[in-house]
Design a protein around this ligand. Structure first.
Ligand code: C2E
Ligand code: CA
Ligand code: CA
Length: 468
């Protein structure tokens, strides 16, 4: 009991850390604007409000407020960066953001997505004309030159505009459409705004086409599981692997999950794909197992998406896969993100408890990116905390990032969790993580994710195949 008391005290003391984490997770450090994660959150919220309004009006969509989304990308920004340097480029972005902001209303959300990409959410916009009018004004006001680092700099921008139609979907899809419209503007020479229309079709990896390809791809074995070693920070010995899916697409080549996982989630195809991945990993581990002494650890980490996690029957399915493949549940770690547990907390708790009672280890992934509430760590029975690449990346240069990694690591240890740092790329990061007492690392510093054959070879070369 004493221990619990201490932990609670700890949490109040570290409230400041929590606030700092939340701020960092949702804001762009350069401009102080909301970032992509916060923008998506506001967009979801605005769309669900506007849907509720429509329902209240008996489905009459004409009366209800609509949501408009503007996607803005500077033309030829790379030229500024290349010719005048990054510092000037950064300063220009700050000034552009400032100028745009003066044209917006207090309720609008203005975010920087990274690079020279910005997005604006207009809540309760009266009609299409109002949003188009604002976009044209934004294109206009950027015409006046900027004074940056003693240079007079001229920029133009392309803006894509899209309206949500009620009953219709997802924020990611709206963003995609605004992006398509913006590109249309670029192709037309830039310095303009373009309103999305259905005739514009879709981006190169067309939505419907990809969905059709998907089912075929699972059947014909186009998906491959790649493995990235996880390493003990102290000794640099391999402790296990994270399974990361790839799609060997016959026309588009090797696709990273970023290009198809969210589509798989939205369409529900993540369910058959996720089942296949789990089966494949459990099956292949028996291969790896035979290569190494039984006492050597071989933790296999598999990512579970939100939709997979919430589906009833998940626990039964995993039980069946374990028994079919003969994998020891002690060798399996399932990685989930906090967004998974935030919705339907009670159900999430039950599912997690059931998975743990099978002997499976649970890891909280991407900590420090997006939603990162320390309180969830205490509430949910997780065993492992994975610190997101974005924090590890900043460590060597940014004292604040180091301080956060240090605080999060020590808090996780207080709670009895193991800590894994993701995205370790340099020896400097490794040494700092070692001094912070972080337990495991994963990253390009040791190996990129690789096919099973290479993972086998690594294991055959011993527990420390890095020759350093
Ligand atoms: P994640 O779970 O956070 O996986 C770690 C990502 O970081 C991987 O990207 C990995 O290749 C990358 N990475 C590893 N070391 C480094 C490094 O040193 N530097 C940098 N910059 N990156 C590094 P990947 O393979 O592209 O996967 C992206 C995401 O897709 C994963 O993020 C995960 O959320 C999702 N994903 C991958 N495989 C699966 C899967 O089988 N099922 C589900 N549901 N999601 C998956
Ligand atoms: Ca992961
Ligand atoms: Ca991660």
């Amino acid at each position: 009991m004493l221990e619990v008391g201490l932990m609670l005290e700890d949490f109040t003391e570290r409230k400041g850390l929590e606030e700092q984490l939340a701020y960092q997770a949702f804001h762009d450090p350069l401009t102080g604007l909301p970032n992509r994660a916060l923008f998506l959150d506001r967009l979801e919220h605005a769309m669900s409000l506007s849907r509720q309004n429509a329902e209240r009006n008996g489905g009459v969509t004409g009366e209800a407020a609509r949501v408009a989304l503007l996607f803005m990308d500077l033309d030829d920004f790379k030229r500024v960066n290349d010719s005048l340097g990054h510092a000037v480029g950064d300063e220009l972005l700050v000034q552009v953001a400032g100028r745009v902001e003066t044209s917006l209303r207090p309720g609008d959300t203005f975010a920087r997505f990274g690079g020279d990409e910005f997005a604006i959410l207009l809540d309760e916009v009266e009609d299409a004309g109002a949003a188009a009018g604002l976009s044209e004004r934004l294109v206009e006001i950027l015409h006046a030159p900027f004074m940056v680092g003693g240079h007079e700099v001229f920029v133009t921008t392309s803006i894509g505009v899209v309206f949500s139609e009620l009953g219709e979907g997802w924020s990611e899809e709206l963003l995609r459409r605004a992006d398509i419209a913006m590109y249309q503007g670029k192709r037309g020479g830039g310095d303009r705004c373009v309103i999305f229309s259905r005739e514009m079709g879709s981006s190169d990896l067309g939505h419907l086409q990809l969905e059709g390809d998907f089912r075929r791809a699972i059947e014909s074995g186009e998906f491959k599981v790649y493995y990235q070693p996880r390493v003990l920070i102290e000794t640099e010995e391999i402790d296990g692997f994270e399974a990361l899916v790839r799609w060997e697409h016959p026309e588009h080549g090797l696709l990273d999950p970023a290009e198809f996982i969210s589509l798989a989630e939205e369409s529900g195809l993540i369910i058959p794909l996720g089942r296949w991945i789990l089966w494949e990993v459990c099956h292949q581990v028996s291969l790896l197992r035979r290569q190494i002494p039984p006492e050597q650890p071989l933790n296999m980490c598999v990512n579970l998406s939100a939709r997979q996690f919430r589906r009833p029957g998940l626990v039964e399915e995993i039980t069946a896969i374990l028994s079919e493949t003969g994998l020891d549940p002690g060798d399996l770690t399932l990685e989930i993100t906090e967004s998974v547990v935030i919705q339907k907390e009670a159900t999430a708790e039950i599912t997690l408890a059931a998975l743990k009672s099978l002997g499976i280890t649970i890891a909280m992934d991407d900590f420090g990116n997006g939603y990162s509430s320390l309180a969830y760590l205490r509430r949910f029975p997780v065993d492992v905390l994975k610190i997101d690449c974005s924090m590890v990346e900043g460590m060597n240069e940014n004292a604040e990032d180091s301080a956060i990694v240090r605080a999060v690591t020590s808090l996780a240890h207080d709670l009895g969790l193991t800590v894994v740092a993701e995205g370790v790329e340099t020896i400097g990061q490794l040494e700092e993580l070692r001094s912070l007492g972080c337990d495991f690392g994963q990253g390009y510093y040791w190996r990129r994710p690789c096919p099973i054959e290479e993972a086998l070879k690594l294991l055959a070369d011993g527990t420390r195949p890095w020759n350093r």
